[in-house]
Design a protein around this ligand. Structure first.
Ligand SMILES: CC(C)(COP(=O)(O)OP(=O)(O)OC[C@H]1O[C@@H](n2cnc3c(N)ncnc32)[C@H](O)[C@@H]1OP(=O)(O)O)[C@@H](O)C(=O)NCCC(=O)NCCS
Length: 190
């Protein structure tokens, strides 16, 4: 395994992150909230707007057509098992999804994280907001570590993970995987 940074900051309070409008890069004003069943149409539009490369990086396989079960994955969930957070921003008067993060397997302590952001908004800080809030929520639900499957070397995703805690990357069954010890878990163990 190769090891990475030793962050020293705390993760922000999820309640504050969810209650605030965030000034992201590019003049984007982003809100964060839990996903919900009524997002189905918007979620499909968001997923279908993603480049094939982003879909592949998020789902680890080519997904030219977005299946209904993938839309449901992000809109129906049992919060004791999984959490989904969406980032939204207003474009020409309409609230649109610009990113989505999810964690699964919360009760195991090792939650599996996925995140994807609108290609046009990459580099504006939406991924940071989403991963910070979902990691904080995962800690509240008992997670101490995150696992993320990456397609080959995914530098932006690794940058996001390193902000959340000490991150080690490895390869399992030919798939690049990163493990992150969440900041508060590091503190509890110290
Ligand atoms: C990974 C992803 C979610 C990042 O979202 P984003 O909104 O662009 O991320 P942010 O703008 O918040 O931050 C990106 C960070 O990555 C860094 N980064 C971007 N490109 C990089 C590169 N090529 N090398 C190193 N770091 C890079 C940025 O500098 C930034 O960190 P910094 O502000 O500390 O410098 C986005 O690229 C994406 O949707 N990718 C496709 C799906 C995916 O890969 N998901 C991960 C697997 S589940």
């Amino acid at each position: 395994m190769s090891s990475a940074t030793q962050p020293v900051r705390r993760l922000a309070d999820p309640g504050t992150l969810l209650a605030t409008t965030h000034e992201a890069g590019g003049g984007l004003r982003v809100r964060l909230r839990l996903g919900r069943p009524s997002d189905a149409l918007q979620m499909r539009a968001f997923l279908e707007s993603l480049s094939l490369e982003s879909r592949q990086r998020r789902f680890l396989h080519a997904m030219p057509v977005v299946p209904e079960n993938v839309v449901r994955h992000f809109t129906f969930f049992d919060p004791r098992e999984r959490l989904v957070v969406v980032a939204t921003a207003i474009f020409t008067g309409r609230d649109e999804i610009v990113g989505v993060a999810d964690v699964a397997g919360l009760q195991s302590g090792m939650a599996e994280l996925g995140v994807v952001v609108d290609d046009d908004q990459h580099g504006n800080g939406v991924g940071k907001l989403l991963t910070e809030v979902i990691a904080s929520l995962a800690i509240q639900q008992g997670a101490s570590h995150l696992k993320s499957e990456l397609l080959e070397r995914n530098a932006p995703m690794l940058a996001l993970l390193k902000r959340l805690g000490t991150t080690q990357s490895t390869v399992e069954d030919g798939v690049a995987v990163a493990y992150t010890t969440l900041l508060d878990a590091e503190r509890r163990a110290a």
